[in-house]
Design a protein around this ligand. Sequence first.
Ligand code: SF4
Length: 353
Amino acid sequence: MRRVQGDARIGVFTGGLPRGCSLCYTGAKIVVFATGLCRDSCYYCPVSRARMWSDQMYVDEEPAETLADILLEAYRIGASGASITGGDPLARPGRVLRIIRGLKAEFGDDFHIHLYTSGRLATRRMLEELYSAGLDEIRFHPTSPSMMEKVRIAVESTGMDVGVEVPAIPGREGDLVELARRLEEMGAEFLNLNEMEVSEANIEAVSRRGFRVSANGVAVEGSRETALRVVEWAAKNLERLRVHFCPAGFKDYVQTRNRLLRKARGIAHLYEEPSREGTLLRGEVLLKQASAQTYRLVGEGLLVPLGGRMYATHPEFLDEIVRLLPPGTIEEAAIAEYHPTLSRVLVSRRRVA
Ligand code: SF4
Protein backbone atom coordinates (compact mmCIF):
# COMPACT_ATOMS: atom_id res chain seq x y z
CA MET A 1 0.00 0.00 0.00
CA ARG A 2 1.39 3.41 -1.01
CA ARG A 3 1.02 6.61 0.99
CA VAL A 4 -1.65 9.21 0.20
CA GLN A 5 -0.10 12.67 0.59
CA GLY A 6 -1.24 16.29 0.44
CA ASP A 7 -4.42 17.97 1.52
CA ALA A 8 -7.87 18.31 -0.07
CA ARG A 9 -7.51 22.12 -0.41
CA ILE A 10 -4.29 22.13 -2.41
CA GLY A 11 -4.16 18.62 -3.84
CA VAL A 12 -3.91 14.97 -2.86
CA PHE A 13 -1.71 12.37 -4.55
CA THR A 14 -0.16 8.96 -4.35
CA GLY A 15 3.13 7.92 -5.95
CA GLY A 16 4.43 11.52 -6.21
CA LEU A 17 3.33 14.55 -8.20
CA PRO A 18 3.76 14.79 -11.97
CA ARG A 19 6.77 17.11 -12.57
CA GLY A 20 4.63 19.64 -14.49
CA CYS A 21 2.36 19.97 -11.44
CA SER A 22 5.17 20.63 -8.95
CA LEU A 23 6.31 23.67 -10.97
CA CYS A 24 2.70 24.93 -11.30
CA TYR A 25 2.41 24.98 -7.51
CA THR A 26 4.96 27.80 -7.37
CA GLY A 27 3.47 29.73 -10.32
CA ALA A 28 6.79 29.21 -12.13
CA LYS A 29 5.24 28.25 -15.47
CA ILE A 30 3.91 30.51 -18.17
CA VAL A 31 0.63 29.32 -19.67
CA VAL A 32 0.74 29.35 -23.46
CA PHE A 33 -2.77 29.15 -24.90
CA ALA A 34 -1.68 27.97 -28.37
CA THR A 35 -5.11 28.18 -30.06
CA GLY A 36 -8.80 28.07 -29.18
CA LEU A 37 -9.44 25.61 -32.04
CA CYS A 38 -10.53 22.10 -31.03
CA ARG A 39 -12.32 19.24 -32.82
CA ASP A 40 -14.15 18.22 -29.63
CA SER A 41 -17.00 19.91 -27.81
CA CYS A 42 -17.02 18.54 -24.27
CA TYR A 43 -20.03 19.79 -22.32
CA TYR A 44 -17.82 20.49 -19.28
CA CYS A 45 -15.17 22.45 -21.24
CA PRO A 46 -14.19 25.34 -18.92
CA VAL A 47 -12.39 27.46 -21.57
CA SER A 48 -13.91 30.95 -21.73
CA ARG A 49 -16.16 31.86 -24.66
CA ALA A 50 -13.82 34.73 -25.50
CA ARG A 51 -10.96 32.30 -26.21
CA MET A 52 -12.66 29.11 -27.40
CA TRP A 53 -12.90 28.49 -31.16
CA SER A 54 -10.71 31.48 -32.00
CA ASP A 55 -7.21 30.98 -33.38
CA GLN A 56 -5.75 33.75 -31.19
CA MET A 57 -2.74 32.84 -29.08
CA TYR A 58 -2.30 34.07 -25.49
CA VAL A 59 0.55 33.87 -23.04
CA ASP A 60 -0.79 34.09 -19.49
CA GLU A 61 -3.34 36.93 -19.68
CA GLU A 62 -1.69 38.68 -22.66
CA PRO A 63 -2.62 38.21 -26.34
CA ALA A 64 0.48 36.92 -28.17
CA GLU A 65 1.37 37.06 -31.84
CA THR A 66 4.94 35.81 -32.02
CA LEU A 67 7.46 33.61 -30.24
CA ALA A 68 9.10 36.81 -28.95
CA ASP A 69 5.90 37.68 -27.01
CA ILE A 70 6.11 34.29 -25.30
CA LEU A 71 9.83 34.57 -24.48
CA LEU A 72 9.30 38.07 -23.04
CA GLU A 73 6.53 36.86 -20.73
CA ALA A 74 8.76 34.00 -19.55
CA TYR A 75 11.42 36.61 -18.64
CA ARG A 76 8.84 38.83 -16.92
CA ILE A 77 7.75 36.11 -14.49
CA GLY A 78 11.17 34.42 -14.23
CA ALA A 79 9.61 31.20 -15.51
CA SER A 80 11.18 27.76 -15.11
CA GLY A 81 8.76 26.12 -17.49
CA ALA A 82 5.69 26.37 -19.71
CA SER A 83 2.33 24.74 -19.95
CA ILE A 84 0.95 24.62 -23.50
CA THR A 85 -2.80 24.44 -23.64
CA GLY A 86 -5.88 25.39 -25.70
CA GLY A 87 -8.38 24.38 -27.32
CA ASP A 88 -6.32 21.60 -28.79
CA PRO A 89 -2.74 22.84 -29.35
CA LEU A 90 -2.26 20.01 -31.86
CA ALA A 91 -4.71 21.79 -34.17
CA ARG A 92 -1.65 24.01 -34.85
CA PRO A 93 1.29 21.56 -34.69
CA GLY A 94 3.81 23.76 -36.58
CA ARG A 95 3.18 26.66 -34.18
CA VAL A 96 3.55 24.39 -31.16
CA LEU A 97 6.82 22.92 -32.42
CA ARG A 98 8.23 26.45 -33.00
CA ILE A 99 7.22 27.45 -29.46
CA ILE A 100 8.83 24.38 -27.86
CA ARG A 101 12.06 24.75 -29.86
CA GLY A 102 12.19 28.51 -29.18
CA LEU A 103 11.70 28.11 -25.41
CA LYS A 104 14.30 25.34 -25.17
CA ALA A 105 16.80 27.33 -27.27
CA GLU A 106 16.35 30.42 -25.08
CA PHE A 107 16.13 28.86 -21.62
CA GLY A 108 17.89 25.50 -22.01
CA ASP A 109 16.93 21.85 -21.60
CA ASP A 110 15.90 22.19 -17.96
CA PHE A 111 13.04 24.54 -18.87
CA HIS A 112 10.17 22.08 -18.33
CA ILE A 113 7.38 22.05 -20.93
CA HIS A 114 4.15 20.11 -20.73
CA LEU A 115 1.29 20.06 -23.21
CA TYR A 116 -2.41 19.22 -22.95
CA THR A 117 -4.27 17.65 -25.85
CA SER A 118 -7.35 15.56 -26.40
CA GLY A 119 -5.08 13.46 -28.62
CA ARG A 120 -7.66 13.40 -31.44
CA LEU A 121 -5.20 14.90 -33.95
CA ALA A 122 -2.04 13.22 -32.61
CA THR A 123 -0.20 10.86 -34.92
CA ARG A 124 2.88 8.74 -34.13
CA ARG A 125 4.99 11.07 -36.28
CA MET A 126 3.66 14.20 -34.54
CA LEU A 127 4.31 12.71 -31.09
CA GLU A 128 7.87 11.79 -32.10
CA GLU A 129 8.42 15.32 -33.45
CA LEU A 130 7.14 16.87 -30.22
CA TYR A 131 9.55 14.70 -28.27
CA SER A 132 12.53 15.56 -30.50
CA ALA A 133 11.63 19.28 -30.24
CA GLY A 134 12.06 18.95 -26.46
CA LEU A 135 8.54 18.40 -25.05
CA ASP A 136 9.01 16.89 -21.58
CA GLU A 137 5.49 15.83 -20.66
CA ILE A 138 2.22 15.23 -22.49
CA ARG A 139 -1.21 15.11 -20.87
CA PHE A 140 -3.97 13.50 -22.86
CA HIS A 141 -7.61 14.23 -22.31
CA PRO A 142 -9.07 11.28 -24.22
CA THR A 143 -12.59 12.24 -25.24
CA SER A 144 -13.40 8.75 -26.55
CA PRO A 145 -12.09 5.26 -25.65
CA SER A 146 -10.35 4.92 -29.05
CA MET A 147 -8.06 7.84 -28.14
CA MET A 148 -6.37 5.72 -25.49
CA GLU A 149 -4.41 4.25 -28.40
CA LYS A 150 -2.61 7.64 -28.72
CA VAL A 151 -1.57 7.37 -25.09
CA ARG A 152 -0.10 3.93 -25.76
CA ILE A 153 1.79 5.19 -28.84
CA ALA A 154 3.25 8.11 -26.84
CA VAL A 155 4.40 5.72 -24.07
CA GLU A 156 5.94 3.24 -26.54
CA SER A 157 7.56 5.54 -29.05
CA THR A 158 8.75 8.58 -27.07
CA GLY A 159 10.67 9.28 -23.86
CA MET A 160 8.21 11.91 -22.60
CA ASP A 161 6.37 11.58 -19.30
CA VAL A 162 2.95 10.49 -20.53
CA GLY A 163 -0.21 10.91 -18.53
CA VAL A 164 -3.94 11.50 -18.70
CA GLU A 165 -5.81 14.45 -17.25
CA VAL A 166 -9.60 14.30 -16.93
CA PRO A 167 -12.32 15.89 -14.80
CA ALA A 168 -13.57 13.72 -11.92
CA ILE A 169 -17.22 13.45 -12.97
CA PRO A 170 -19.47 12.43 -10.07
CA GLY A 171 -20.93 8.96 -10.64
CA ARG A 172 -18.05 7.92 -12.95
CA GLU A 173 -15.78 6.48 -10.26
CA GLY A 174 -15.84 3.00 -11.82
CA ASP A 175 -14.67 4.39 -15.19
CA LEU A 176 -11.87 6.35 -13.50
CA VAL A 177 -10.65 3.27 -11.62
CA GLU A 178 -10.66 1.33 -14.89
CA LEU A 179 -8.75 4.17 -16.59
CA ALA A 180 -6.13 4.16 -13.81
CA ARG A 181 -5.73 0.38 -14.12
CA ARG A 182 -5.24 0.63 -17.90
CA LEU A 183 -2.71 3.44 -17.58
CA GLU A 184 -0.68 1.41 -15.10
CA GLU A 185 -0.69 -1.57 -17.48
CA MET A 186 0.43 0.63 -20.39
CA GLY A 187 3.34 2.06 -18.42
CA ALA A 188 1.96 5.62 -18.36
CA GLU A 189 3.37 7.96 -15.73
CA PHE A 190 0.34 9.65 -14.18
CA LEU A 191 -3.38 10.26 -13.97
CA ASN A 192 -4.50 13.77 -13.01
CA LEU A 193 -8.04 14.10 -11.74
CA ASN A 194 -9.27 17.67 -11.92
CA GLU A 195 -12.11 18.75 -9.71
CA MET A 196 -14.84 19.41 -12.28
CA GLU A 197 -14.80 23.17 -12.73
CA VAL A 198 -17.80 25.43 -13.17
CA SER A 199 -17.30 28.52 -15.31
CA GLU A 200 -19.46 30.94 -17.32
CA ALA A 201 -18.65 28.73 -20.32
CA ASN A 202 -20.08 25.46 -18.96
CA ILE A 203 -22.53 26.34 -16.18
CA GLU A 204 -25.61 25.88 -18.38
CA ALA A 205 -24.54 22.50 -19.79
CA VAL A 206 -23.37 21.25 -16.40
CA SER A 207 -26.63 22.27 -14.68
CA ARG A 208 -28.71 20.71 -17.49
CA ARG A 209 -27.10 17.35 -16.64
CA GLY A 210 -28.29 17.66 -13.07
CA PHE A 211 -24.97 18.62 -11.43
CA ARG A 212 -25.03 21.18 -8.63
CA VAL A 213 -22.45 23.85 -7.86
CA SER A 214 -20.48 23.14 -4.68
CA ALA A 215 -20.25 25.55 -1.74
CA ASN A 216 -16.97 27.09 -3.01
CA GLY A 217 -18.81 28.24 -6.17
CA VAL A 218 -16.14 27.02 -8.60
CA ALA A 219 -16.72 23.26 -8.82
CA VAL A 220 -19.39 20.57 -9.21
CA GLU A 221 -20.71 18.99 -6.02
CA GLY A 222 -19.38 15.45 -5.48
CA SER A 223 -16.43 15.75 -7.88
CA ARG A 224 -13.87 16.16 -5.09
CA GLU A 225 -15.16 13.09 -3.19
CA THR A 226 -15.14 11.02 -6.40
CA ALA A 227 -11.50 11.96 -7.09
CA LEU A 228 -10.39 11.34 -3.52
CA ARG A 229 -11.88 7.83 -3.56
CA VAL A 230 -9.97 7.06 -6.79
CA VAL A 231 -6.67 8.30 -5.26
CA GLU A 232 -7.32 6.06 -2.21
CA TRP A 233 -8.06 3.11 -4.48
CA ALA A 234 -4.88 3.72 -6.51
CA ALA A 235 -2.78 3.85 -3.33
CA LYS A 236 -4.08 0.41 -2.33
CA ASN A 237 -4.23 -1.30 -5.71
CA LEU A 238 -1.57 0.14 -8.04
CA GLU A 239 2.20 -0.02 -7.78
CA ARG A 240 3.62 2.83 -9.82
CA LEU A 241 1.06 5.13 -11.52
CA ARG A 242 1.08 8.60 -9.92
CA VAL A 243 -2.53 9.60 -9.25
CA HIS A 244 -3.19 13.21 -8.35
CA PHE A 245 -6.35 15.12 -7.45
CA CYS A 246 -6.16 18.85 -8.36
CA PRO A 247 -8.86 20.98 -6.65
CA ALA A 248 -10.55 23.67 -8.79
CA GLY A 249 -9.93 26.37 -6.15
CA PHE A 250 -6.22 25.56 -6.07
CA LYS A 251 -5.72 27.06 -9.53
CA ASP A 252 -7.06 30.44 -8.34
CA TYR A 253 -5.86 30.48 -4.75
CA VAL A 254 -2.35 29.13 -5.21
CA GLN A 255 -1.21 28.59 -8.77
CA THR A 256 -2.62 31.74 -10.44
CA ARG A 257 -1.90 33.91 -7.40
CA ASN A 258 1.74 32.80 -7.33
CA ARG A 259 2.08 33.44 -11.04
CA LEU A 260 0.48 36.89 -10.72
CA LEU A 261 2.83 37.74 -7.85
CA ARG A 262 5.81 36.93 -10.08
CA LYS A 263 4.29 38.96 -12.92
CA ALA A 264 3.52 41.94 -10.67
CA ARG A 265 7.13 41.99 -9.44
CA GLY A 266 8.43 41.63 -13.00
CA ILE A 267 6.44 44.50 -14.55
CA ALA A 268 6.03 47.01 -11.68
CA HIS A 269 6.95 50.61 -12.55
CA LEU A 270 8.86 52.62 -9.94
CA TYR A 271 5.58 54.18 -8.82
CA GLU A 272 3.85 50.78 -8.34
CA GLU A 273 3.96 48.41 -5.38
CA PRO A 274 3.10 44.70 -5.82
CA SER A 275 0.47 43.63 -3.27
CA ARG A 276 0.36 40.28 -1.46
CA GLU A 277 -2.53 39.24 -3.72
CA GLY A 278 -0.46 39.75 -6.88
CA THR A 279 -2.04 43.07 -7.92
CA LEU A 280 -0.23 46.41 -8.40
CA LEU A 281 -0.95 49.43 -6.19
CA ARG A 282 -0.17 52.99 -7.19
CA GLY A 283 -0.99 56.50 -6.03
CA GLU A 284 -2.88 58.57 -8.61
CA VAL A 285 -3.23 62.34 -8.56
CA LEU A 286 -5.65 64.14 -10.88
CA LEU A 287 -4.83 67.84 -11.00
CA LYS A 288 -7.15 70.72 -11.77
CA GLN A 289 -4.22 72.14 -13.72
CA ALA A 290 -0.44 71.75 -13.53
CA SER A 291 1.49 74.33 -11.48
CA ALA A 292 5.18 75.25 -11.07
CA GLN A 293 5.16 73.04 -7.95
CA THR A 294 3.93 70.07 -10.03
CA TYR A 295 6.80 70.49 -12.47
CA ARG A 296 9.28 70.59 -9.60
CA LEU A 297 7.87 67.33 -8.17
CA VAL A 298 7.92 65.77 -11.64
CA GLY A 299 11.58 66.77 -11.97
CA GLU A 300 12.36 65.14 -8.62
CA GLY A 301 10.69 61.95 -9.81
CA LEU A 302 7.98 62.05 -7.14
CA LEU A 303 5.22 62.48 -9.68
CA VAL A 304 5.20 60.74 -13.02
CA PRO A 305 2.98 62.17 -15.79
CA LEU A 306 0.53 59.56 -17.10
CA GLY A 307 -1.05 61.83 -19.70
CA GLY A 308 -3.48 64.75 -19.50
CA ARG A 309 -3.91 65.96 -15.90
CA MET A 310 -3.23 62.52 -14.38
CA TYR A 311 0.02 61.80 -12.47
CA ALA A 312 1.24 58.71 -10.61
CA THR A 313 3.31 58.33 -7.46
CA HIS A 314 4.37 55.43 -5.28
CA PRO A 315 1.52 54.74 -2.80
CA GLU A 316 3.94 55.42 0.07
CA PHE A 317 4.42 59.05 -1.11
CA LEU A 318 0.79 59.88 -1.82
CA ASP A 319 0.01 61.60 1.51
CA GLU A 320 3.22 63.61 1.23
CA ILE A 321 2.41 64.71 -2.34
CA VAL A 322 -1.08 65.82 -1.30
CA ARG A 323 0.55 67.89 1.49
CA LEU A 324 3.23 69.39 -0.83
CA LEU A 325 0.99 70.55 -3.66
CA PRO A 326 -0.54 74.04 -3.32
CA PRO A 327 -4.09 73.99 -1.87
CA GLY A 328 -6.81 73.78 -4.52
CA THR A 329 -4.62 72.17 -7.21
CA ILE A 330 -5.79 68.57 -6.69
CA GLU A 331 -9.08 67.44 -8.14
CA GLU A 332 -8.71 63.92 -6.76
CA ALA A 333 -6.04 61.68 -5.19
CA ALA A 334 -6.54 57.93 -4.89
CA ILE A 335 -4.86 54.59 -4.31
CA ALA A 336 -5.60 52.50 -7.38
CA GLU A 337 -5.19 48.73 -7.64
CA TYR A 338 -4.53 47.09 -11.01
CA HIS A 339 -4.48 43.52 -12.33
CA PRO A 340 -0.83 42.94 -13.39
CA THR A 341 -1.29 42.78 -17.16
CA LEU A 342 0.59 45.01 -19.59
CA SER A 343 -2.63 46.99 -20.18
CA ARG A 344 -3.26 47.27 -16.37
CA VAL A 345 -6.93 46.41 -15.76
CA LEU A 346 -8.38 48.45 -12.86
CA VAL A 347 -9.50 46.32 -9.89
CA SER A 348 -10.38 49.03 -7.34
CA ARG A 349 -9.84 52.69 -6.54
CA ARG A 350 -9.91 54.25 -3.06
CA ARG A 351 -10.16 58.05 -2.97
CA VAL A 352 -8.00 59.68 -0.31
CA ALA A 353 -8.40 63.40 -1.22
S1 SF4 B 1 -10.98 18.63 -25.66
FE1 SF4 B 1 -10.44 20.13 -24.08
S2 SF4 B 1 -10.49 22.13 -25.14
FE2 SF4 B 1 -11.54 20.65 -26.47
S3 SF4 B 1 -13.70 20.88 -25.93
FE3 SF4 B 1 -12.88 19.18 -24.67
S4 SF4 B 1 -12.26 20.18 -22.74
FE4 SF4 B 1 -12.52 21.83 -24.26
